[in-house]
Write a protein that binds this ligand. Structure first.
Ligand code: PLP
Length: 401
């Protein structure tokens, strides 16, 4: 069938592809260690499940207002106000089908063909695709590995053109597992302040998964003027181990939220009705499970980083947020041959060869805009981390010059 140019231009998600391939191999009985997961390996806390189950039992099974129930929208506004110092009302919030759909709607609502999206690289694979689906042109700004892959205010200033419309900030970051300090974000906000047409998309979905010395600050609160031009994204997926529920939020100016709601109304309508009370329970109920998961991730991340640091030629910033490490494997592998004599010349070659020879799944950096790196998720058990890193060490030893 002849497909539209629009869908032909879409690159399928490489992160989902790796996870699916590792799952398929496991289903065939192959002993795969997967570092591909972009989701917590914990279950959703019981109190949240019960809230949804009760709502379902009570018959909350019909259409609801497209941007979310008033109670759910207010719970998100209260959460952002109390935890992060926002000044949001219910009308500043829309609930969408995951953080992914929230971002999609925002790109569609703000980008005209030819508008430029400034994208710090490495970046989450979905941003460039969604920016381009909206007719935008992506301009990458490459953060250096020596600066934990973060961009500097000077780099940002140099990249801004009259067509620049949106700057994407994702801190803590997927894929790098690093985050900007409050001072670094302030310096970026100062540059944004000089360019009144520029809007910031602050993707804060990993805000609760923070392990370093730096405190998380929400970008919209740094400068009142820039705050009015900042759109904040959050979700329940990572913080509350709810990736399959598909609950995401946008917090922004009421006119933008209304436009996104009009668009969502023609796409998906409201998210699943009986998830609405679960949003209220997640955000206002006990938070102990979140802290327990954070502590487990902190230990695993530190352990993984320490072990990677012992592998010759592998360079990796310390993970301070999210649940990823993003080592540069080019010195250790590029230009060498694997046990089958195949040359390793790219992160994609390395990833395929590692899976074939040692049954370890990692995600190649090409689609994140970082072709020397691979992403490993530490949302898996300590035993799997040790087993996978033993295999990675054995693989590196097996390479021939
Ligand atoms: C940086 C980033 N933003 C947004 C999302 C989307 O999250 P959701 O699962 O809620 O759609 C992800 C998911 O991996 C992510 O890593």
């Amino acid at each position: 069938m002849e497909l539209s140019d629009r869908v032909k231009a879409i690159k399928p998600s490489s992160t989902l592809a790796v996870t699916a391939r590792a799952k398929a191999m496991k289903a065939q009985g192959i002993d795969v260690v997967s570092f591909g997961a972009g989701e917590p390996d914990f279950d959703t806390p019981q109190n949240i499940k019960i809230a949804a189950a009760k709502a379902l039992e009570a018959g909350l099974t019909k259409y609801e207002p497209t941007p979310g129930t008033p109670a759910a929208r207010q719970a998100v506004a209260d959460y952002m106000n109390q935890r992060h110092g926002h000044n949001a009302k219910g009308e500043n919030v829309i609930v969408s089908c995951g953080g992914k759909h929230a971002l999609y709607l925002a790109f569609q609502a703000l980008i005209n063909p030819g508008d430029e999206v400034l994208l710090p690289a490495p970046y989450w694979v979905t941003y460039p695709e969604q920016a381009q689906m909206a007719g935008g042109t992506v301009r990458e700004i490459h953060g250096s590995a020596d600066n934990d892959f973060k961009i500097t205010p000077q780099q940002l200033e140099a990249a801004i053109s009259p067509r620049s419309r949106v700057l994407v900030i994702n801190s803590p970051s997927n894929p790098t597992g690093t985050m900007y300090s409050p001072a670094e974000l302030e310096a970026i906000a100062k540059v944004v302040a000089k360019h009144p047409r520029l809007i910031v998309f602050s993707d804060e979905i990993y805000e609760r998964l923070v392990y370093g010395e730096d405190k998380f600050v929400s970008f919209a609160t740094l400068d009142p003027q820039v705050g009015q031009r900042t759109v904040t994204f959050n979700c329940l997926s990572k913080t509350y181990a709810m990736t399959g529920w598909r609950v995401g939020f946008t917090i922004g100016p009421a006119d933008l939220i209304k436009a996104m709601s009009d668009l969502q109304g023609q796409m998906t309508s409201n998210i699943t009705s009986f998830c609405m009370p679960a949003i209220v329970e997640a955000l206002t109920g006990p938070q102990d499970a979140v802290e327990q998961m954070r502590q487990a991730f902190a230990k695993r991340g530190a352990h993984m980083h320490k072990r990677l640091g012992k592998l010759k030629g592998v360079k990796c910033p310390r993970p301070t947020g999210a649940f990823y490490v993003f080592p540069d494997i080019s010195d250790a592998t590029f230009g060498k041959k694997d046990p089958a004599g195949k040359a390793i010349d790219s992160a994609a070659d390395f990833t395929a060869s590692l899976l074939e020879h040692q049954k370890v799944a990692v995600v190649p950096g090409e689609d994140f805009g970082a072709p020397s790196c691979v992403r490993l998720s530490f949302a898996t058990s300590m035993e799997q981390i040790d087993e996978g890193l033993d295999r990675l060490a054995a693989y590196l030893k097996s390479l021939k010059a």
